[in-house]
Design a binder for this molecule. Structure first.
Ligand code: SF4
Length: 236
């Protein structure tokens, strides 16, 4: 049977997970997070290399379930072969699949890319449309991709990009309790002024890659540590 002091040791050695509902998120919390991120990552930008809206659209489709670095390795050769929506709309699916194979889910991505480019040619004169409504009607384009393209290529703050990093960090930072991307975006839209929507997610993604990593967040060196409730982080 454990003694009182053994219980204490067991208790202190037991890892606790911080309470998910620690504090209610407020615009003030969100503004403090945004300020901290701005100081650290003032020049953060989209990690997908692109020269125009079309390239960003295709690169974002390829980035699903794939790292941006991997996409950046694939896209230079891809856009050399098929530099425009018109060219890519006519690509042979087998050749396109081969060119994007290393990004994963390549059959589905190739099908979506060709379908998307055909619609761009048929309905938008080969140009990327500049509205969320038009973008999400294109094959393979969801709200996240549409927000990325509108925000980064056109500077239009249509919403907040919510990817895996934004999901994880916003939960840890107590800015949302949601796990669904659309609901997280709704929370962030309420918390942040519109001029922050585009840059906030770029900076958060940078922070997620460098410091607030999925498995081992580096809270000890994190500039947000003092204001972060660290929701879901195990304590020793
Ligand atoms: S303090 Fe820890 S959990 Fe909070 S943002 Fe920083 S690294 Fe992430």
């Amino acid at each position: 049977m454990a003694t009182k002091s053994t219980h204490g040791k067991v208790a202190s050695a037991t890892r606790k997970v911080r309470d998910r509902g620690a504090k209610k998120a407020t615009p003030e919390n969100a503004a403090a997070v945004a300020r901290g991120l701005a100081q650290e990552y003032g020049d953060a930008e989209c990690a997908l290399v692109h020269r125009n809206a079309f390239e960003l659209l295709i690169a974002t489709i390829l980035s699903a379930q794939c790292t941006d670095q991997r996409v950046n390795l694939v896209t230079p050769a891809l856009f050399k072969l098929w530099p425009t929506a018109e060219a890519m709309a006519k690509a042979k699916t087998t050749e396109l699949e081969k060119a994007i194979q290393s990004t994963g889910f390549f059959r589905n991505k190739a099908k979506n890319i060709v379908g998307c480019c055909q619609k761009l040619v048929e309905q938008h004169g080969g140009q990327v449309p500049q509205t969320l409504v038009a973008l999400v009607k294109l094959p393979g384009i969801g709200r996240k991709t549409a927000n990325v393209v509108l925000g980064t290529a056109f500077g239009i703050p249509s919403g907040v990009v919510v990817d895996t990093h934004v999901t994880r960090l916003c939960n840890r930072l107590g800015l949302t309790k949601q796990t669904n991307a659309v609901k997280i975006e709704q929370d962030l839209i309420k918390l942040l002024p519109q001029e922050e929507w585009i840059i906030f997610s770029h900076r958060l993604i940078h922070h997620g890659r460098r410091i607030c990593k999925a498995r081992k967040p580096l809270c000890g060196v994190c500039m947000l540590s003092a204001l972060c409730p660290k929701v879901g982080i195990e304590e020793k």
